[in-house]
Design a protein around this ligand. Structure first.
Ligand code: ZN
Length: 506
């Protein structure tokens, strides 16, 4: 009988299965994961839905992962320590920065088990996946650590044998502590959300009030330097081969200075920290999208120019676009205007370091993807997350109708509380009563925008729901179903995320 190493090397699924099987356990061997590195063969295995790394080598002591050794192999449980060890021996399981010229796409696996499906979506496409992408709000809602999020992404690329590289985005981080946490956990991308440092109210002030704030908060030398640089100046960007002016009159200068100055200084501080703390390149994104008012090209120009002056090099910028980017539904607004707006943002990005424009709440914005693809010339960053959660729940509607009805009703009860966290225009009246629907009609709810938003924004409530004894109401049953129906889950993701990528020209 041949050894485990040879079986792994020969992709002998039956041999591997037979050798590790102990009884009647549910066993999956992921053939795409098979790789041989320094004389050690590795293979991803799930036994009763638990993750294991199977490692084999003639000299079993050469295997650095920890696990039960038998003959020439070890079966190593997937835990924090083994995840760390695997990242040392298989470098492609380490998140890394995106190449400058490549488009990137954030998939944000909130559940820690969609990653395999996400990897299958991007295989063979010219796009860099940011598989881990969690904001602090998402971590709180799902009760996960950022380290766990990265471990799950590492597992996904290992399981699928994806060696093209992937990113891990510490998304919408607002404080230095949050950034340090993400960097220490291994993030390869930091999205700095400046919303708490910005003062949008400046745009509503009159000249007198603006002048007062300006004089109170900036000393004379600063005021003079800023006015000298911007007041009544015209700057040029190139749009469709033609020069287009961006002009600042006195009030424009003060509005932008007052609104953005603290944010710009904070971004500089964070950039300096990243330069000092990280030995590897980190993708640095500035997000000014969650402020409640569209970012004018003039404001974008001001922020970009100030960052450039401070030698802060960013990799992407997320402005707030015209129109609405609501969760899990298509773009609402004037597509013509969006297109014009995006062109100007791209032209500004080109002038200041050629960074990418980042589109947040990018889930399901099918009608504007072709515009984004064309205007950015295929170099964009798009973030999605909730849409994968919605697909995961759709799977429940398809495969576990009884459980789905329970969840749906719970989501309705939680809706008002959840809606405080999001800007949505959901009308619950438009959602049919689930008790009146046949099982095979439940999945059609996912074609209904109001039902999509209902499920989208209540994810934290559903995952954290407990019964009177403190036991999870849904979580365990959901995970059991997602694990048991893994292939169907991946297929839903491949089709849905695949549609996103195809319309984005990838
Ligand atoms: Zn955002």
């Amino acid at each position: 009988m041949s050894g485990m190493f040879e079986m792994i090397e020969n992709h002998d699924r039956d041999g591997i299965t037979e050798k590790i099987r102990k009884g009647n356990e549910n066993l999956s061997v992921y053939m795409d994961s098979i790789t041989v590195e320094n004389g050690i063969g590795y293979c991803a295995v799930k036994i009763d839905h638990e993750r294991y790394i199977l490692a084999a080598c003639e000299d079993v002591n050469a295997i650095e992962l920890e696990g039960e050794a038998k003959d020439d192999h070890k079966l190593c449980k997937w835990d924090e320590e083994n995840a760390e060890r695997l990242r040392k021996v298989l470098p492609y399981t380490v998140p890394r920065a995106c190449d400058k010229d490549k488009a990137s796409f954030g998939t944000g696996d909130r559940l820690g088990l969609a990653g395999g499906g996400h990897v299958r979506c991007v295989k063979g496409r010219d796009v860099f996946p940011v598989l881990a992408q969690q904001s602090i709000r998402e971590l709180t809602q799902t009760e996960r650590s950022y380290r766990d999020v990265i471990d799950c992404a590492s597992w996904a690329v290992f399981q699928e044998g994806y060696q093209e590289g992937f990113g891990a985005d510490g998304d919408h981080l607002k404080t230095m502590e949050e950034i340090q946490m993400a960097v220490n956990a291994g993030a390869s991308m930091i999205t700095l959300d400046l919303s708490e440092k910005l003062r949008g109210e400046a745009f509503g002030l009159d000249k007198e009030a603006l002048t007062k704030v300006f004089e109170d908060e900036f000393d004379e030398d600063e005021r003079e330097a800023i006015l000298c640089e911007y007041e009544n100046q015209e700057f040029y960007i190139e749009v469709d081969g033609e020069k287009q002016p961006i002009k600042f009159v006195y009030k424009d200068v003060l509005k932008n200075v007052i609104c953005y100055y603290k944010g710009i200084e904070f971004a500089t501080e964070v950039y300096t920290y990243l330069q000092e703390a990280c030995s590897e390149k980190i993708d640095f994104e500035i997000s000014i999208d969650e402020v409640g008012f569209p970012t004018t090209p003039r404001s974008h120009y001001f922020v970009a120019s100030e960052l450039d002056k401070r030698r802060v090099e960013i990799d992407s910028m997320a402005p707030c676009f015209v129109g609405e980017f609501q969760k899990a539904i298509d773009y609402i607004g004037d597509k013509e205007k969006f297109s014009e707006h995006l062109k100007l943002h791209c032209a500004i990005a080109k002038k200041f370091g050629d960074y990418k424009i980042s589109v947040h709440s990018g889930s399901d914005k099918f009608s504007v993807y072709p515009i984004i693809a064309e205007i950015t010339q295929g170099r964009f960053h798009v973030k999605t997350a909730g849409t994968s959660w919605v697909e995961a729940v759709k799977l429940i509607a398809l495969k576990r109708p009884v459980l789905y009805r329970e969840i749906h009703k719970y989501a309705l009860e939680s809706f008002n509380e959840a809606a405080k966290l999001y800007h949505v225009t959901t009308d619950l009246e438009n959602i049919p009563d689930v008790d009146g629907l046949d099982d095979d009609k439940l999945a059609e709810l996912f074609d209904n925008n109001d039902a999509r938003q209902l499920i989208h924004i209540t994810y934290g409530f559903i995952l954290r729901a407990k019964d009177s004894k403190g036991k999870p109401l849904f979580r365990d049953r959901l995970y059991e179903a997602w694990n048991a129906e893994e292939d169907a889950h991946y297929e839903l993701l491949e089709s849905h995320i695949g549609k996103h990528l195809s319309l984005l020209g990838k």
